[in-house]
Design a protein. Structure first.
Ligand SMILES: C[S@@+](CC[C@H](N)C(=O)[O-])C[C@H]1O[C@@H](n2cnc3c(N)ncnc32)[C@H](O)[C@@H]1O
Ligand SMILES: Nc1nc2[nH]cc(C(=O)O)c2c(=O)[nH]1
Ligand code: SF4
Ligand SMILES: [Mg+2]
Length: 242
């Protein structure tokens, strides 16, 4: 059976971001990304620094490890990366989760399509703003969102754009107005994702969160949007695998 490159399996924890923030979940983090965002908080998945920790695992081995870690205490698994959408064979893992009545959440930037997206219960598309240094291929994103909308999966997807500055904010608005029917989340960016000084980080993130809330509050062109922090960083700072 074909293998999946896995960097982290952890949980139970809470989903710290986006459409199901607060949800109790297990996490599976795959290796490899087709992007290289300037501020990526999981750059060990693609910059070579996590290379030694990559495990080539079968879908069944991942499932067994999730059960060993989470026991009977979970019904939700979040797949993130890197970009899990690089991996066609995740479908075998998804089938195992579905067979076991586990709800599935996926984090991806929306640069690549996979047929197994149809099986994701909470699919977060997170196109990247200018500060990332990446360029969004909007034709690709149109195709992904179009496919899911046509298959009546609209209620299973959301858009989440990370904001570091005014230019990112303008980009986020452009994305929201392009897909007005898709639930939209602004997420505050963490520009210090390596520090271990939790108190200083928290203070900084709270200030930035307030800055972003104020922008949205006084922006009449934005009505039906949500503004969120990365909740897990407020609790555990930049700690990995939480
Ligand atoms: C590490 S990425 C992995 C999934 C996928 N590659 C993506 O970017 O959507 C998971 C989420 O973390 C967000 N993220 C990455 N670095 C961040 C940072 N420094 N501050 C806030 N959010 C960040 C991404 O935008 C994405 O929504
Ligand atoms: N608790 C927690 N919530 C998260 N939401 C998205 C994450 C990610 O790195 O994709 C993440 C993560 O790493 N931890
Ligand atoms: S797309 Fe996601 S994993 Fe890839 S570099 Fe950007 S934030 Fe990191
Ligand atoms: Mg993260």
């Amino acid at each position: 059976m074909s293998k999946i490159p896995v960097l982290e399996i952890f949980g139970p924890t809470i989903q710290g971001e986006g459409m199901v923030i607060g949800q109790k979940t297990m996490f599976v983090r795959t290796a490899g990304c087709d992007y290289s965002c300037a501020w990526c908080d999981s750059s060990f998945t693609w910059d070579g620094t996590g290379k030694e920790d990559i495990r080539q695992m079968s879908a069944n081995e991942i499932w067994e490890e999730l059960k060993a870690l989470g026991g009977d205490g979970f019904s939700f698994v979040t797949i993130s990366g890197g970009n899990p959408a690089l991996l066609k064979n995740i479908s075998t893992f998804i089938n195992i989760l579905q067979k076991n009545q586990i709800k599935i959440c996926l984090e991806t930037q929306g640069s690549l399509w996979q047929e197994w997206f149809y099986k994701i219960d909470e699919l977060t598309l997170s196109p990247k703003p200018p500060s990332s240094g990446m360029t969004t291929d909007f034709d690709r994103l149109d195709t992904i969102i179009g496919n899911l909308e046509q298959s009546e999966r609209k209620q299973n997807i959301s858009l989440k754009v990370v904001i570091f500055n005014d230019e990112d904010y303008q980009y986020a608005k452009k994305v929201h107005f392009r897909y007005p029917a898709i639930p939209f989340f602004f997420q505050i960016g963490n520009d210090d994702s390596k520090t271990s000084d939790d108190n200083q980080l928290l203070e900084k993130l709270l200030q930035k969160y307030e800055w972003l809330i104020n922008k949205v509050m006084f922006d009449d062109s934005l009505k039906d949007v949500k503004v969120l922090p990365q909740l897990h960083t407020y609790i555990w700072g930049n700690k990995r695998a939480v």
